[in-house]
Design a protein around this ligand. Structure first.
Ligand code: CO
Length: 460
């Protein structure tokens, strides 16, 4: 019997994030949810990553309400989210009580699969979220942030997978956020992990460098169970390879693909129109959709590349783009070869741009990079360059042990502080994750509700 390969559709989250900075409002994709639900995906990635932040910051949407609405329209397909381990959806570590409650509420509101990663692949930063996911009855997908460096070996990755399994992972995801994994590497790495554990493996990559189709094909040959793709109009470039193209090729090679072609065609027709709107208003830059092999040298993930571009554009310094690209791997080496994924990608990217614009390295350092050098993000894959660390920290000593263990519980106190502004636990969680954004959102909601109430009294 033909071996089955399953698909995760990323148009609602990663494709949306990589191509149009997560600006897709709920109303724009709502008409397609029932079709996606019928299409036969393993899961639809629709939440987490930057969606939560952008919902509050730019789209005036309650991210929890978005999740519930998606759930209601998609009863048959697993909903998947991306969670940054102890960072949850933010950019620094949170206390354990918040991590546990966030995971529990995500599952209560409809989440089925939680893909958990840590920017440094430090599994101690993933443990709280992994265990909370298992406890809530959802699928804990233990994730490797894939990167290459002199210290990232298969042996280390396999060891990590075993540790994730021990924490309760029921699937393993190899997350190649930069699209730098080549076909042979995919074959070898999937084979190595398949040999070590008997869990389903999902490969996640980006089309940035043009390798992705070949990489998926060789991964499938090595036994990968699930691949992440985006419906064609939102595929390619910094996004994922096209769903329909992969389905076509794999079927031709004799694999079983349970996607409904009528559904994917309907989705493609619809999302073509959406893509054209974002192209017309400039949110979607044609550069993001192109193949860029520079990433093979510089290892810049999709999202980071578009962030670098818009950052330099804002500062009127687009001419420094090439220089910033060259500085990025140097900063990464200094910082002990962190994989470039949120939040380390932002830290490294911003530091590289700052070094270039200042004309002097580490003259200005963000508070995040300082915290990183103090050890607040966990154990770095290789030691931080001692000279750079000294330059950044001065006489301050880096901490030992898990940073989150030093943080005080935050949920109960925040609930008390917010009073009637927070109607639900979800409101409290939004506030802890993004205090300024959530406060604004909750206050506006309250004002709106009070107006509605006054109006209805007049009506009577
Ligand atoms: Co991705």
């Amino acid at each position: 019997m033909a071996r089955k390969v399953q698909f995760v559709e990323t148009v609602l989250r990663d494709a949306n994030q990589s191509l149009i900075a997560t600006r897709l409002p709920y109303a724009k994709f709502e008409p397609m949810l029932e079709t996606i639900d019928k299409a036969g995906y393993y899961a639809a990635e629709c939440w987490g990553g930057a969606t939560f932040d952008v919902c509050l910051r730019y789209l005036n949407e309650d991210p929890w309400e978005r999740l519930r609405k998606i759930r209601a329209k998609m009863p048959n397909t697993k909903l998947q989210m991306l969670l940054r381990g102890q960072n949850v959806l933010g950019y620094s570590h949170y206390p354990d009580d918040f991590v546990k409650m966030f995971v529990q509420k995500a599952v209560e509101n409809g989440m089925d699969v939680i893909r958990i990663f840590d920017a440094l692949n430090d599994v101690t930063n993933m443990k709280t979220a992994m265990e909370a996911t298992v406890k809530a009855g959802a699928i804990a997908s233990g994730t490797i942030s894939y990167t290459t460096s002199p210290v990232h070996t298969h042996k280390k990755y396999v060891q990590m997978v075993k540790e994730l399994k021990a924490m309760g992972a029921t699937t393993i995801c190899i997350k190649d956020m930069a699209g730098i994994m080549g076909p042979q590497e995919a074959y070898d790495m999937v084979s190595a992990i398949k040999d070590a554990v008997d869990l389903p493996i999902d490969l996640h990559t980006h089309s940035t460098t043009g390798l992705a189709f070949m990489t998926y094909l060789k991964a499938v040959e090595a036994g990968v169970d699930i691949i992440d793709t985006a419906i064609s109009p939102f595929s390619g470039g910094t996004s994922q390879p096209a769903t329909e193209t992969m389905a076509y090729a794999l079927r031709q090679l004799g694999y079983q693909v349970d996607l409904d072609d009528a559904c994917t065609k309907k989705m493609a027709d619809y999302f073509k129109g959406v893509r054209d709107e974002f192209l017309a208003d400039g949110t979607l830059m044609p550069k993001s959709m192109a193949t860029d092999t520079q990433c093979l040298t510089y290892q810049i993930p999709g999202g980071m590349l578009s962030n670098l571009l818009s950052q330099l554009k804002q500062m009127n310094a687009l001419d420094k783009f090439d220089e910033a690209l060259i500085e990025t791997p140097k900063v990464r080496k200094d910082l002990g070869y962190p994989p470039l994924v949120t939040p380390t990608s932002q830290m490294v990217g911003v530091q590289a741009v700052t070094n270039v614009l200042q004309g002097e390295r580490y003259k200005k350092v963000s508070k995040e990079v300082k915290a990183y050098c103090r050890g607040e993000y966990g154990k770095t894959p290789a030691p931080i360059d001692p000279q750079v660390q000294k330059l950044i920290l001065g006489d301050e000593q880096p901490l030992k042990g898990r940073y989150a263990a030093t943080l005080k519980p935050v949920v109960a106190e925040t609930r008390k502080k917010l009073g009637d502004l927070a109607k639900t636990d979800e409101d409290v969680l939004s506030y802890i994750a993004f205090p300024n954004l959530a406060e604004k959102f909750l206050e506006e909601r309250k004002a709106k509700e009070e107006n509605v109430a006054t109006y209805s009294i007049v009506e009577c």
